[in-house]
Design a protein around this ligand. Structure first.
Ligand code: UT7
Length: 323
C-alpha cells in the first residue's frame, strides 16, 4: 500500500519584500543577491493574521478543494514547522479544528527545512502500516520572525509560506514508499537558532536566540550530500535517474540546484524552481513549488518525481513518488 497525491495547496503572504527593499535595510545589492542566490523577492507574513497556523489552514483548505474530498475523510494531520506560533497545542490540532477534520489524529514535527519531506515520509509509512487512509501533510513557516534583520548573510535568503498535500491510500497496489533520510548532529552548529524560552534577559535573547548560519559550510554540505542521497535512493530502489521527470528540490539557493544538476548530469530543465519569487521558505518550499507546478499545468499525472531537501541538523534526504 502507498499514498497517492490527491491534492495540493499553498498560501503565500500578500506582503512582498524585494531585493530593492533590502538594499535600504542592509548593505547589499539586488545584483549580489540575484547572482549568489537567484532570489529577487520573498513574501513576509503579517504577524497578527498570517501566523504558521493561519497559513497552514489556508493552504490546507486549498489542498482539500483540489483533492475534492470531505474534511471528515482526513484521518491524519501532520504539520512540519520550526516556527509555530503556539508552544501548545500543536498546529495540527489548530488546523483540524478550523477545517472540521474531526476524524483526524494530529501532531507536529520539527526537522527544519527537510520538515515537509520528513512529514511526508511519516505519512506514507502511517498509510502503509494501515494507521490512516487519508493524510493531510503540511509545511508552514514564518522564519521572518526569527531572522536577524541586520545580518545581510541570512536575512536576504528567507521568506514565509505554507504548503499542503492530501495523500490517499491506494489499496490496490503492493508498491511501497521509497525514501532515505539522513542526519549529522555533529555539525549542528552550522545552522542554528536557540529557543527564546530559556533566555533570562533581553540581551541574552539578542546574543543567543538569533538565526545563525555558516553559509559556505551549508552550501558545501548541500551540494555534496544532496546528489549523493539521490543516487543512493536510485540504487537502493532500482530507480533509473533517466526515467525521472522532475527533481523537486528544496528551494534554498539557485546555485545549489545548479551544482546538484551538474553532479548528477541531469539537465537544469528537470529541476523546477520558484526561488526567484519566494526565497527559501524552509519546510514549506517543496509543497509550495509542487502546488505552483500543478496550477501552471506543468505537473502531469503519472510523472515520476524525486523530492529532496536539506537543512539544519544537519539533516537531508530524498523520496520517490509518482504524481
Ligand atoms: O535551507 C538551508 C539553509 N541555508 C542555505 O541553503 C544557505 C547555503 N548557503 C548559501 O546560500 C550561500 O553561502 C550564501 C548565499 C548565504 C552566501 O553566498 P556565498 O557565495 O557563500 O558568499 P560568502 O558567504 O562566501 O560571502 C562572500 C562575500 C563576503 O564578503 P568578503 O568577505 O568577501 O568581503 C560577504 O561578507 O559576500 C559578502 N556578503 C554579501 N554582500 C552583499 C554576504 N552577504 C551579502 C549580501 N550582500 N547580502
Amino acid at each position: 500500500m502507498i499514498g497517492r497525491i490527491k491534492g495540493l495547496g499553498s498560501y503565500l503572504p500578500s506582503k512582498i519584500l524585494t531585493n530593492q527593499d533590502l538594499e535600504k535595510m542592509v548593505e547589499t545589492s539586488d545584483e549580489w543577491i540575484v547572482e549568489r542566490t537567484g532570489i529577487r523577492e520573498r513574501h513576509i507574513s503579517d504577524p497578527n493574521t498570517e501566523t504558521v497556523s493561519e497559513m497552514a489552514i489556508k493552504a490546507s483548505r486549498a489542498a482539500i478543494e483540489d483533492a475534492g474530498i470531505d474534511p471528515l475523510e482526513i484521518d491524519f494531520i501532520v504539520v512540519a514547522s520550526t516556527t509555530n506560533n503556539m508552544v501548545f497545542p500543536t498546529t495540527a490540532c489548530l488546523v483540524q479544528g478550523a477545517i472540521g477534520a474531526d476524524n483526524a489524529q494530529c501532531f507536529d514535527m520539527s526537522s527544519a527545512c527537510p520538515g515537509f519531506l520528513t512529514a511526508f515520509n511519516v505519512a506514507q509509512n502511517f498509510i502503509t502500516a494501515g494507521q490512516c487512509k487519508t493524510a493531510l501533510v503540511i509545511g508552514s513557516e514564518c522564519l521572518s520572525n526569527y531572522l536577524d534583520w541586520t545580518d545581510r548573510g541570512t536575512c536576504i535568503l528567507f521568506g514565509d509560506a505554507a504548503g499542503a498535500m492530501i495523500l490517499q491510500a491506494d489499496e490496490e497496489t503492493d508498491d511501497f514508499h521509497k525514501c532515505i533520510m539522513k542526519a549529522d548532529g555533529k555539525r549542528y552548529g552550522c545552522l542554528k537558532c536557540e529557543s527564546k524560552m530559556q533566555r533570562i534577559s533581553e540581551e541574552d535573547i539578542k546574543e543567543k536566540s538569533r538565526f545563525y548560519m555558516e553559509g559556505r559550510e551549508v552550501f558545501k554540505f548541500a551540494a555534496t550530500e544532496v546528489p549523493k542521497v539521490i543516487l543512493e535512493l536510485c540504487e537502493k530502489y532500482s530507480i533509473d535517474l533517466n526515467d525521472i521527470d522532475k527533481l523537486v528540490l528544496h528551494q534554498a539557493n539557485k546555485r545549489i540546484i545548479e551544482a546538484v544538476s551538474k553532479r548528477l548530469s541531469v539537465p537544469m530543465d528537470k529541476f523546477p524552481m520558484n526561488i526567484e519569487r519566494t526565497g527559501n521558505t524552509s519546510a514549506a518550499s517543496i509543497p509550495v513549488l509542487l502546488t505552483e507546478l500543478k496550477d501552471a499545468g506543468e505537473l502531469k499525472r503519472g510523472e515520476k518525481l524525486i523530492l529532496s531537501s536539506f537543512g539544519a541538523g544537519l539533516t537531508w534526504g530524498a523520496a520517490y513518488i509518482e504524481y
